[in-house]
Design a protein around this ligand. Structure first.
Ligand code: IPE
Ligand code: IPE
Ligand code: MG
Length: 249
């Protein structure tokens, strides 16, 4: 159980950095737990445990900044190809994380949402995820999308299936109607995608939605990610000029 003092979450404006602009939607690929474990000569499981502590710290910072939407990539459709033991450990860690932290997340006024397939997960984990969604559904603060068994290509395939199943007329198929069939339906696309862990790739995360995101890559491994790392990423974001194809101002 990770103890956090709830009073710490209250925004203390004078202590927060003043960014010229903040992203509405931030997506993070939580990568580097295995290498962190190797560096610290502990098991990969302990690396993932350290990663879930970072998750809380990062969320706390982003709630302070009143970020509207955060999408956290926790388990990809490709991660099923890891050794069975590691997959089981990740499922177990997720169960424990929800059990230990759901009340805290609820107190933070966070609304939990899930991206990806629920049906391949163990039944009790599905129930815990559903319980988190149900308990927080009327919360009005930050929305946290947990991408667990999520793949961007699969997201698009599912959207196409829904469109075909509904018999949507061809003239109604456009970027907006496709976006509204994705797991992130009715949410704005991510403005900033953060990838710790040193890899310079997207790894099938929100590939449609990332079309115009700003990317922030860092070699910091996910378990070492913290409030200061969030500040670095937000500082970098506030320096970016987003043109969306237009000429420079
Ligand atoms: C990310 O850390 C966690 C998951 C993908 C579930 P990794 O386990 O990929 O860590 P590295 O990349 O091996 O360091
Ligand atoms: C991406 O990390 C997926 C998650 C962090 C959940 P991976 O470690 O699976 O990505 P690759 O295999 O290095 O591209
Ligand atoms: Mg990795």
């Amino acid at each position: 159980m990770i103890n956090m003092n709830i009073s710490k979450i209250e925004p203390t404006e004078e202590k927060l950095l003043h960014f010229t602009k903040l992203p509405t939607h931030i997506a993070i690929t939580m990568d580097g737990n295995g290498r962190w474990a190797e560096n610290h000569q502990v098991t990969r499981m302990e690396g993932h445990q350290a990663g879930s502590k970072a998750f809380l710290k990062v969320i706390e910072r982003m709630v302070q900044y009143k970020i509207k939407i955060i999408s956290m990539f926790a388990f990809s459709t490709e991660n099923w190809s890891r050794p069975e033991d590691e997959v089981n450990n990740l499922m177990q860690l997720s169960r424990e994380f929800i059990t230990d932290n759901l009340n805290l997340i609820h107190k933070y006024n966070i609304k939990v949402n899930h991206l990806g397939n629920l049906n391949k997960l163990p039944n009790d984990l599905q129930s815990k995820i559903n319980e988190s969604i149900e308990m927080t559904k009327n919360n009005t603060g930050t929305i946290i999308n947990i991408a667990f068994d999520y793949g961007g290509k699969q997201d698009i395939v599912n959207a196409v299936k829904k469109i075909v199943a509904e018999g949507m007329p061809i003239e109604n198929i456009n970027e907006e109607s496709i976006s509204n069939k994705l797991a992130t339906a009715n949410m704005p696309d991510p403005d900033l995608i953060i990838r710790p862990g040193g890899e310079l790739r997207i790894s099938n995360f929100l590939i449609w939605q990332a079309a115009y995101a700003e990317y922030y890559f860092t070699s910091t491994l996910w378990p070492d990610f913290n409030a200061q790392e969030v500040d670095y990423a937000l500082t970098e974001f506030s320096k970016r000029e987003r043109r969306f194809g237009k000429t420079k101002d």
